[in-house]
Every structure is written in C-alpha cells, then in structure tokens.
Design a protein around this ligand. Structure first.
Ligand code: ARG
Length: 122
C-alpha cells in the first residue's frame, strides 16, 4: 500500500533498460546507469510521494511476474496494455503518445523525396 511504501521510505520500480529513449544504459560520471524518459518519470513520481526510488533492472518478460510476486512495486518500461497483460496488471492512463516528424526547410522540399534523401549530399 502507499502507506507501507511511505513508511519504508522507498518505492521499487522495475524496468528493462534496453529500450531508448524510454530506458537505456549509459555511462554517467564514469558509472553505468539506467536513464531515459521512464526513469525520469519514476524519479518524479517517487519525489512526489516523498520516498527514494529504487530501480530494479530486469528482463522485459519478467516485469509482470515481478509485479505479481511483489518483487517490484510498479513498472514503467514502455509497456503497452494488452488483454493478456491486463489479466494480472493494472495499467494507468496513457502517459506518452508519440506523434513526431522529421522536418526540413520548405524551400528544400524538392530535395527530400524520402528518408533516404536526408542522408544524401545536396
Ligand atoms: N511497447 C512494447 C510492449 O509493451 C515494447 C516495450 C519494450 N520495453 C522495454 N523496456 N524493453 O511490448
């Protein structure tokens, strides 16, 4: 429960850091660390609760089992809801939906017929 988590002073987040830019391993100050958008969201979530965030790195396929067994308190890992997953896991409202584009100058429109032409020299 939230009361138990607050009493413990920490919340355990499971994530599979092999999915940039959501979560991935990078060297920060000489150390290997899981970073990415989901990690930042988890950190903010823990901060709002007033507890420390503990990140458990695990295989993507182990996340739901981790939730069922109580090994982790929650997961943020680019998870998409499916009917199968919803049998054991309770999904939040969507926190991110992508709708992004490559952009070039309108005057150069004719130079860029497709993605490959972005790599070619003018
Ligand atoms: N959105 C896809 C899914 O839920 C892929 C997520 C992969 N995430 C990861 N951290 N490897 O199946």
């Amino acid at each position: 429960t939230v009361a138990e988590i607050k009493a413990k002073g920490e919340i355990v987040m499971g994530t599979s850091p092999d999915y940039p830019p959501y979560e991935f391993i990078a060297t920060v100050d000489g150390k290997q660390k899981a970073i990415g958008m989901d990690i930042s969201i988890g950190e903010r979530f823990a901060k709002d609760l007033g507890v420390k965030l503990v990140i458990k790195q695990m295989d993507f396929d182990s996340l739901l089992v981790g939730l069922e067994t109580g090994k982790i308190d929650f997961s943020i890992s680019g998870l998409t809801p499916t009917n199968e997953r919803k049998k054991s896991a309770d999904f939040s409202k969507v926190y991110y939906q992508a709708d992004q584009y490559f952009v070039v100058n309108k005057n150069d429109k004719k130079l860029y017929k497709n993605f490959h032409s972005l790599a070619e020299k003018k």
